[in-house]
Design a protein around this ligand. Structure first.
Ligand SMILES: Cc1cc2nc3c(=O)[nH]c(=O)nc-3n(C[C@H](O)[C@H](O)[C@H](O)COP(=O)(O)O)c2cc1C
Length: 305
């Protein structure tokens, strides 16, 4: 028996539940030399903004126990170059393409969504309202349910492309934000983005990051992410993409049992570019071993007895 790994997130069809997480996979170019991108369930691009962004001052990365702090600051070439130089390669692959967008103001998100609405081959937009490394936008939106509602609703009005809203864990109750995005018409939710953190070099007495604080990712954040997926699964009626510290199929399965319909893999790609392929295969083997024919039947199957 070959298990069926296909899954639908609202109108978004994935051939398997493993996606590349935004910002850790660029626009696919570099990784296409190491793995067959056609094998992936989907690719979520690095955040695209209307205008090019240089990002934050270096250093932008610092390793911590079981984690990585980053303060990239949404460096990207901007929409025009994305459309002209990055998108054509991504469109060649037979995998779902999710374009992650962000702006400093609501207007910027709207203009991005409007412009991308006219582009063929985009399966979904991921609305990034959760970047902790930018002064404007980012967490200002993502931590406020009424701003999330208004932003997602207005984006919904200007595009037909399915929407995924990416949530921040830097809040007291993530389900409040999730509910606001649901009411505004998002098709799915991604969670979580990074947790705000800080590390100090005691010899120089300087912060290890040029931006002082950064976003923590990697296995250190996984139990928090799994908990947030579970809480959100219980409160909203939307498909969830679980993100945060997934290194192996076992890790991905934790998210799926907690209620994620798909997973996205970020930091692990820096260690082993084949992680996503291995995770996909491992999920298939688990289904086979447990005689489960349909991947979708596993979603949320947490045994609390
Ligand atoms: C270097 C780096 C850059 C990132 N850039 C983005 C980004 O541009 N947009 C975004 O929505 N998330 C971004 N993220 C967050 C990841 O997509 C993901 O939510 C987070 O890292 C947790 O997953 P992980 O532990 O598997 O990396 C970035 C993460 C890292 C480590």
């Amino acid at each position: 028996m070959n298990p069926n790994l296909k899954i639908k997130l609202g109108r978004i069809s994935l051939k398997n539940p493993v996606l590349a997480a935004s910002g850790t996979f660029g626009y696919g170019e570099e990784y296409s030399r190491f793995i067959d991108l056609n094998e992936l369930g989907g690719i979520i691009t690095k955040t695209v903004t209307l205008e090019p962004r240089e990002g934050n001052r270096p250093p932008r990365l610092a390793e911590t126990p079981s984690g990585l702090l980053n303060s990239i600051g949404l460096e990207n070439p901007g929409l025009k170059i994305f459309l002209r130089e990055k998108l054509p390669l991504l469109q060649r692959f037979n995998t779902a393409l999710v374009v992650n967008i962000a702006g400093e103001k609501e207007e910027e998100y709207l203009r991005l969504a409007e412009r991308l609405n006219r582009v063929k081959g985009i399966d979904a937009l991921e609305i990034n309202i959760s970047c902790p490394n930018v002064k404007n936008g980012g967490l200002i939106f993502g931590t406020n349910p009424s701003l999330v509602f208004s932003l997602v609703k207005r984006i919904r009005e200007v595009t037909d492309i399915p929407l995924i809203t990416k949530l921040t864990p830097n809040v007291t109750d993530i389900t409040e934000i999730a509910k606001a995005a649901e009411e505004a018409g998002t098709e799915a939710l991604s969670l979580i983005n990074t947790l705000v953190g800080m590390a100090i070099d005691i010899e120089t007495r300087k912060p290890k990051l040029g931006n002082v604080t950064g976003g923590l990712s990697g296995p250190a954040i996984r139990p928090i992410a799994v908990r947030m997926v579970r809480q959100t699964f219980q409160k909203v009626n939307l498909p969830l993409i679980g993100v945060g510290g997934i290194m192996t199929a076992v890790d991905a399965l934790e998210f799926i049992l907690a209620g994620a319909s798909a997973v996205a893999i970020g930091t692990a790609n820096f260690i082993d570019p084949k992680t996503m392929i291995k995770v996909k295969e491992g999920i298939g083997e688990y289904l086979q071993r447990n005689n489960i024919r349909e991947f979708k039947d596993l979603v949320g199957w947490l045994n609390l007895n």
